[in-house]
Design a protein. Sequence first.
Length: 190
Amino acid sequence: ARVGVAAIGDEPIHTIALRCQVRIDPLRRNYSDEEAEGLTDLFGTRDRWATTQHTFLWQHTTAMVQGFRGATQVDLPLECTYDFEVSSAKYLHALRDGTVPLQFLFSGTVFVKGARGFSVQQVPWDREDRFDMPVSVWRNLIDQHFPNTGWLRLDRDTVDALDRYRSVHGLLSHDHAIASLLARASEDVR
């Protein structure tokens, strides 16, 4: 994320150790029926959303802002994950189009060089901003780093059992083993 930073006074800023909490604010957008179905694990059914949808943490990030006078811009690194044990990944995966409503909460330490050395000031806690990131940005990033794949965390015993199933049935991959198990489960439901 590209972030603009402005000095409050005329003194040149030597550096800023910037911290940021990036939160997702789900109440700031509407959802299609398909998206709502994908969000059931997080928020329950739509009729409960008024009480279950709250902002939640996506990630913490930091950046060192080099010296400047007046204003500057800095790149704030944002990590990308496809771990479905993480609420934010479940949320992002459920979205089909539109935007991801982000809230940036800033804090940090400002170092100002003066006539008698450095002074230290804190970034006020009320510094925040909002941004609506296009869902397509996240989807393109996931497609670039995890092309046509997903990621599931499994207990070791589950992985061992899956590996035995794969081997006994002569399947080439764990993906094939899971597909086989899903096919059998859907036959049992019929």
